[in-house]
Design a protein around this ligand. Structure first.
Ligand code: PMP
Length: 332
C-alpha cells in the first residue's frame, strides 16, 4: 500500500441538517478525506498517470502547474511518491495554510500577484510560459499539468467519482450539484451519471462574481455581480472542460452569506470541518432539493478540509473584515 492508493473511494456522508430542512436525502462526497485533503488529488493523479502512459513524463522529470493550491498539493504528493519535481505558480491571495503545505511538501513555489485572467501576468499564463521553457530546457523532461484544458482532469471524475456516487447511492441518486473551479468534477461526474441514469438532474452552484451561472442559465459568458471569499472555484470563461458539459438542469448563483452557515453548523452539530467551496455546494444542494421536491436523493461534493482556512473563514478578524457572519464559538 502506498499513499497514492488512498486517493479516491471516499465515503458518502449523510448531511442531517440540510436533509431534514428539505425532506430530501442530501449526501456529501467526502473529498476532504483524500490524502491531500481535497478533491484535486484525483485530478492530479489522473493527469500524472496519463502523462506517464503517453510517455511524456519520465523519472526525474518536472511537473509545472498554475493552481489556487489544492491541485498543487495533490500533484506534489503524487509527484513525491513517484519521483518527480514540482513547480507551482500560485496567486498570492490564497490562504497561508496552502502556501505552508506546499512548502512542507518541498515544491518550488512561485507566488505571483493576483490579476485577472485577461492580464498576461495572471498565474495561469505565467505557469504556461514557465512550463514551455521547462519543457524546452529540462534534460529530464517536463509537463504542464494544465488543469483547465487537460481532459484527464475531467476523466478522473468520469472514471472514479461518478461511479463511486452511483454505487454508494445504490443507483438511487436523483440529483447532483457542485461548483466549478476548472469544472473537472462537474463535467466528469455529470457525464458519467447522465450515461447511467437518463433522468438524473444536474445542478451548478456558482459563487458570486463567476460566469458559469450566466453561461449555463442564459448562454452568456458574463460574471454575476458581487464576489466571494471561496477559494478554488469561480470560473470566468468557457474552457474545453466546460464545453464537454452538454446541459445543466438547475443553475444557482450563491452568496457567501447564504452559504457559510451550513458549514459552521456542520462543524458544531455534525463534526465536519470544511472549506468555503463546500458551503457553496451545500447551499446549492439545498436549492436543488427544494426545486426537485421532497423525497429525492441529492449528492454534492465536500471539496476540501477546513484546516486549509483557519486564518480565513475560521478566524473572527477575517470574517469581521469581510462583513460576514461570525459563529458564536469563534467570537472572543
Ligand atoms: N473546491 C476547492 C477548494 C478547489 O480547490 C477546487 C479546485 N480548484 C474546486 C472546489 C473545484 O473543483 P474542479 O476544479 O473540479 O471544478
Amino acid at each position: 500500500m502506498n499513499i497514492i492508493s488512498q486517493i479516491g473511494d471516499t465515503p458518502l456522508i449523510y448531511l442531517k441538517e440540510v436533509s431534514e430542512l428539505t425532506s430530501c436525502d442530501i449526501y456529501g462526497k467526502a473529498e476532504f478525506l483524500n490524502p491531500g485533503l481535497s478533491v484535486k488529488d484525483r485530478a492530479a493523479l489522473s493527469i500524472i498517470e496519463n502523462a506517464e502512459r503517453r510517455g511524456d513524463l519520465k523519472k526525474g522529470g518536472t511537473i509545472v502547474e498554475g493552481t489556487a493550491g489544492n491541485t498543487g498539493i495533490g500533484i506534489a504528493l503524487v509527484a513525491n511518491a513517484k519521483g518527480y519535481n514540482v513547480k507551482i505558480i500560485i496567486p498570492d491571495t490564497q490562504s497561508q495554510e496552502k502556501f505552508d503545505t506546499l512548502i512542507a511538501l518541498g515544491v518550488e513555489l512561485i507566488k505571483v500577484p493576483a490579476v485577472p485572467f485577461s492580464d498576461p501576468n495572471n498565474y495561469q499564463h505565467v505557469a504556461r510560459r514557465i512550463a514551455e521553457e521547462e519543457i524546452k530546457t529540462n534534460p529530464n523532461g517536463a509537463i504542464f499539468a494544465d488543469q483547465w484544458n487537460n481532459l484527464d482532469n475531467m476523466m478522473a471524475h468520469y472514471t472514479t467519482t461518478g461511479p463511486e456516487i452511483l454505487s454508494q447511492t445504490n443507483n438511487q441518486v436523483d440529483g447532483f450539484i457542485c461548483s466549478v473551479g476548472t469544472g473537472g468534477t462537474l463535467s466528469g461526474v455529470s457525464r458519467y451519471l447522465r450515461e447511467k441514469k437518463t433522468d438524473i438532474q444536474i445542478g451548478i452552484a456558482d459563487p458570486k462574481g463567476a460566469a458559469m451561472y450566466n453561461f449555463f442559465q442564459n448562454n452568456r459568458v458574463e460574471p454575476s455581480s458581487g464576489n466571494s471569499i471561496s477559494e478554488g472555484i469561480g470560473l470566468g470563461r468557457v474552457t474545453p472542460i466546460i464545453e464537454e458539459i452538454d446541459k445543466v438542469d438547475y443553475c444557482y448563483s450563491i452568496k457567501d452569506s447564504d452559504a457559510l452557515h451550513y458549514i459552521y453548523n456542520l462543524v458544531k452539530n455534525e463534526g465536519i470541518i470544511l472549506g468555503g467551496s463546500s458551503a457553496i455546494n451545500i447551499a446549492g444542494a439545498v436549492n436543488l432539493a427544494k426545486d426537485m421536491g421532497k423525497g429525492k436523493t441529492i449528492v454534492t461534493i465536500l471539496c476540501d478540509h477546513g484546516s486549509r482556512y483557519q486564518s480565513k473563514i475560521y478566524n473572527q478578524k477575517f470574517l469581521a473584515e469581510k462583513d460576514l457572519p461570525i459563529p458564536e464559538w469563534l467570537k472572543n
